[in-house]
Ligand binder design. Structure first.
Ligand SMILES: C[C@H](O)[C@H](O)[C@@H](O)C(=O)CO
Ligand SMILES: [Mn+2]
Length: 420
């Protein structure tokens, strides 16, 4: 028996004393779906090759070598990252401009499945689910920082048609792969300085969204989500699609609300939002990210915020009300490492929560014994979940944390460093 297994057996015994079956926890973790953000691999540039300028709305900083230059390279990189993740329920989420191939003369408002078939075949071969999001940025038709809420009806028409096209492609993904594609709408629309009229852009967005969603698809094929944001670079004063805008929108239109963990005030707890929505039968798409000051897209750390989110995810999950997508894009570090570290941190947060000996604490809380709650929750921090994680990785044939970088460095030498 090697050291990993010995430590695991001791850990399993300790958890058993607390009434927790580690095997059940690992099996449940295997089945918790996670959608990997393709855009970490290409710095959100997409592969349109139209020569148009990337006009903002969504940007990345850094110039680490090895960015994927086309969909084939991006899939190769995703294969590398996926091979280093334990678990069995992966999906890949695309942005609407990460096309497999372009059709001459065709712009985003007319994309069809033909532009994404390489992705679909790749996913089917690997038994991956696919998700997608329209890309309302980095395009000349993002005018004055406004897409779906633009005052110009022709601009709005272009973006409405893009959203419709991407929803159809998502539904085709869902049909072929036998698992509904989550299609998430996030628009960068907003103003740098205080607007005179806050209402008109929101009314236009409302109408444009309703038209985008007019075509119905069965939930076995497509699930729509809408994502709010507090502010962004260049839109510091006003975001059309704020949380207050989208929360009632999602509730009245039966859409998933997307909470991006980097899109709220720094002291606001995203974990706290889950039970509020779930106890009212709402469904949530979580974008797992990390905000740092005004930026929202750093690789998530295994910090208290992520652990809290993992705990609430485990407690509120009923198998079809929570959806998880990674959402970060850091071009200052090795992009495969970004995926692997970020995804594994989320998986660790879930594992810690799945191993939580909750029995007794909830009763103490109900009885008003907050002293026991505080002491009990703090005592859990030193339980040996790390030994379970290492064993989990070993039994799923992936390296432990301290050995995960070596294959990535090798790939960097063999593949990434040869890209311009
Ligand atoms: C690339 C995505 O559309 C984007 O990350 C969005 O989900 C977001 O969070 C923008 O800040
Ligand atoms: Mn997001």
């Amino acid at each position: 028996m090697n050291l990993t297994e010995k430590l695991y057996r001791v850990a399993a015994e300790i958890y058993a004393e607390h009434g927790v079956n580690v095997d059940v926890a690992m099996k449940r973790l295997d089945q918790m779906p996670l959608s990997i953000n393709a855009w970490q691999g290409d710095d959100v540039t997409g592969f349109e090759s139209t020569g148009h300028a990337l006009t903002g709305g969504c940007q990345v900083t850094g110039n680490y070598p090895g960015r994927a230059r086309d969909a084939d390279e991006l899939r190769q990189d995703l294969d590398k990252a996926l091979a280093l993740l334990p678990g069995k329920a992966f999906r890949v989420c695309l942005q609407g401009h990460e096309v497999d191939r372009m059709t001459p003369g065709r712009d985003r408002d007319a994309f069809t499945l033909e532009n994404f078939t390489g992705w679909l075949d790749w996913a089917a071969e690997r038994r991956l689910g696919m998700d997608i999001a329209p890309a309302y940025y980095s395009h000349p038709k993002l005018v004055n920082g406004l897409s779906l809420s633009n005052p110009d009806p022709d601009i709005r028409r272009f973006w409405i048609d893009h959203g419709k096209a991407i929803r159809r492609i998502g539904a085709a993904f869902g049909r072929r792969l036998g698992s509904p594609a989550v299609c998430n709408v996030w628009v960068p629309d907003g103003y740098k300085d205080r607007p005179v009229d806050r209402r008109a852009p929101r009314e236009r967005l409302l109408e444009a969204l309703d038209e985008t969603f007019a075509e119905n698809f069965p939930e076995t094929e497509l699930l729509d989500a809408v994502e709010s944001k507090l502010f962004g670079i260049g839109v510091e004063s006003y975001t059309v699609g704020s949380n207050d805008f989208y929360l009632p929108y999602a509730a009245t239109r039966h859409k998933l609300i997307c909470y991006d963990t980097g899109h709220f005030h720094p002291t606001e707890s995203i974990a706290d939002k889950l039970s509020a929505i779930c106890c009212q039968q709402g469904r949530i798409l979580l974008h797992i990210s990390r905000g740092v000051h005004w930026d929202s897209d750093h690789v998530p750390l295994l910090d208290d915020a992520l652990l809290d989110l993992g705990r609430e995810a485990v407690r509120n999950d009923n198998g079809h009300n929570l959806y998880f997508t990674l959402d970060f894009f850091d071009a200052s570090i090795n992009r495969i490492a970004a995926w692997v570290v970020g995804a594994r941190n989320w998986q660790k947060a879930l594992l810690v929560s799945l191993l939580e000996p909750a029995a007794g604490l909830a009763e103490a809380e109900t009885a008003g014994d907050f002293t026991s709650c505080l002491a009990g929750l703090e005592a859990q921090r030193s339980l040996p979940w790390g030994a379970v994680w290492n064993y989990y990785c070993a039994t799923r044939n992936v390296p432990p944390d301290d050995a995960v970088l070596e294959p990535i460095r090798q790939y960097e030498r063999d593949v990434l460093s040869r890209r311009d």
